[in-house]
Design a protein around this ligand. Structure first.
Ligand code: ATP
Ligand code: MG
Length: 551
């Protein structure tokens, strides 16, 4: 795949500083507190904070809370936690709702300048009058109200004299504009709704396209970075800044939003997955939310490296979700202790090993990072191996355990399969082996070679553990964000979670939530913070060890 670490926004900022158009940089991350952040938001966070960092600037965290119906303080707190976890510290912490009075004043200014009017058309009529891409809009019969009448009506809207949807304040721009956003866009709507921050102080709320440029200007944001869908709104953004006579003039710059294969990212669809029980909450490890990725075991380092690698451009694209996996493997390679875990246990009895004896074997914690030292693992007459590592009638080229075959036990001895014990139904329940004391790991034995190396856990001291294996939540290669609700639910993978009960090494008894390990031959796992108890650790599969995906 092609590497694209270019960033055209960096070039714009550089030039602005060099030409003296700007003498400093302020960016912002402006989430609406109506849901949890996802990996797409992470890209926006990383772009905004990294660019400000690079040019000694500042970044504000601003909650764009202009739509009280869907917003909640629960989301405010979750968003703050996620931004911090990603490794960023905001300069200013602001709420758009703190500027409601200022926005109101600017709206009054527009009315006084003859640039805004109160309209009595219904929402449906407004839509009808707006025209289409090929047809111009029609002017509202209320468009030519006098300044005095508009001032009076707008004040009465604020006072609560009208019901929801009865009146709106609109900009007076151009119903014939080829850009539909410029056809007298609505600036204020009536909504008798309690706001999470301002309570019942307001019953009129500013629309996003009016509020956002004012918020940016009030904070002195220099580069207001947003996603490409807002490109057509840029003329309106500039119109608001200019006509509202804001002292500071932010510049809106649009970039390509992040889309990932095998996932959906629209908050509406994520909420649907939560509400309809497809997943276990916003932080389900299969969700592309920051809290889900965290619980799954992805690291902020991996997410940052992934987003930086993507670069910033204006080209629409869908990124292979396995690319994110690549970065988490890279990050955990040197950090995660190696250990052995058995996901689907099969008992092996080593018949020539002394009964009751336990010996301790030494094993490296991370061969790629020797500084992490060694660990002790017990070995005895009874161990567990994976069911899939034994076959009674193996095909050719099966190098693991089968009757008569010898394999290496990682960190221990060679064992040879001598006998198979079955239950009444013919299922293999135990395998009997002999071991060769000469072949002990670390003693330099070179007498003979075996092709298979198996992992194992000593049976009497093994700790029971739960393993949760994940597959993509959405089956399709292409992100389904363009689709209707029904169709997208058709693509939900019914086998995205598999829960297994197995065993881990006894030295794992004190693992803590969010500890990460590489289970030999299985992959990287994270200790689940929600389901892990003092009695039982639950390990979430972060990523398997290998992928067919090439960077
Ligand atoms: P959604 O469409 O999922 O509801 P949103 O864009 O409405 O998301 P906001 O809370 O308004 O959510 O987003 C905050 C910021 O994050 C915005 O600047 C937005 O452009 C950016 N953002 C949202 N989704 C993505 C994405 N997939 N890639 C990059 N940036 C994104
Ligand atoms: Mg938005």
């Amino acid at each position: 795949m092609e590497h694209n670490t270019s960033n055209f926004i960096r070039d714009i900022i550089k030039e602005d500083l060099e030409t003296g158009k700007r003498d400093h940089v302020i960016t912002r991350f402006p989430p609406e507190p109506n849901g949890y952040l996802h990996i797409g938001h992470a890209k926006s966070i990383i772009i905004n904070f990294d660019l400000a960092d690079e040019f000694n600037g500042k970044t504000n965290l601003r909650f764009d809370d202009t739509n009280p119906l869907k917003e909640d303080t629960e989301f405010v707190e979750a968003i703050k936690e996620d931004v911090k976890w990603l490794g960023y510290d905001w300069d200013g912490l602001f709420f758009a709702s703190d500027y409601f009075e200022e926005m109101y004043k600017r709206a009054v200014l527009l009315i006084k300048k003859g640039k805004a009017y109160v309209d009595d058309l219904t929402p449906d009529e407004i839509r009808e009058y707006r025209g289409t891409l090929t047809e111009p809009g029609k002017e509202s019969p209320y468009r030519d109200r006098s300044v005095e009448e508009n001032l009076d009506l707008f004040e009465r809207m604020r006072k609560g004299e009208f019901g929801n949807g009865e009146k709106v304040l609109r900009a007076k721009i151009d119903m014939g504009s080829p850009n539909i956003n410029m056809r007298d866009p609505v600036l204020y709507r009536i909504s008798h709704t309690t706001h999470h921050n301002t309570g019942d102080q307001w019953c009129i709320y500013p629309m996003y396209s009016f509020a956002h440029p004012i918020e940016d200007a009030i904070e002195g944001v220099t580069h207001s970075i947003c996603t490409l869908e807002f490109e057509d709104q840029r003329p309106l953004y500039n119109w608001v800044v200019e006509e509202c006579e804001m002292e500071s003039q932010p510049q809106q710059i649009e970039f390509n939003r992040l889309n990932l294969t095998n996932t959906v990212m629209s908050k509406r669809k994520l909420k649907q997955l939560v509400d309809e029980g497809y997943v276990d909450g916003w932080d389900d490890p299969r969700m592309p939310t920051i809290s889900g990725l965290r619980r799954r075991g992805y690291t902020p380092e991996a997410i940052r490296a992934f987003c930086r690698e993507l670069g910033v451009s204006k080209v629409y694209s869908t990124v292979d979700s396995r690319m994110l996996d690549h970065f988490v493997r890279e990050d955990l390679k040197l950090k995660a202790p190696r250990t052995m875990g058995i996901l689907r246990p099969l008992k092996v009895v080593i018949t020539n090993y002394p009964e009751g004896q336990i010996e301790m074997l030494e094993a490296e914690i991370n061969p790629e990072n020797p500084e992490m030292g060694t660990r002790q693992i017990p070995f005895s007459r009874e161990i567990y191996i994976e069911q899939e590592d034994f076959m009674e009638n193996p095909p050719k080229k099966y190098f693991r355990l089968f009757p008569g075959n010898e394999v290496r036990l990682k960190h221990a001895y060679f064992i040879k399969c001598e006998d198979v014990i079955k239950d009444e139904d013919g299922n293999v329940i135990e395998v009997h082996c002999t071991y060769d004391p000469e072949t002990k790991s670390g003693t330099g034995f070179t007498g003979r070679k075996v092709k298979g190396t198996l992992h194992w856990v000593e049976a009497t001291q093994a700790i029971p553990a739960e393993f949760r294996l994940y597959e993509p939540l959405i089956l399709d290669e292409e992100a389904q964000d363009g689709e209707e609700e029904k169709t997208f639910l058709d693509h939900v993978n019914p086998n995205s979670l598999e829960v297994l009960n197995g065993f881990v090494e006894p030295n794992m008894k004190d693992v803590k939530p969010q500890d990460k390990f590489q289970f030999f031959r299985h992959g990287y796992f994270n200790v689940d913070p929600k389901h892990t108890t003092d009695e039982k650790a639950v390990f979430n599969l972060i990523v398997s060890l290998k992928s067919s995906f090439k960077m």
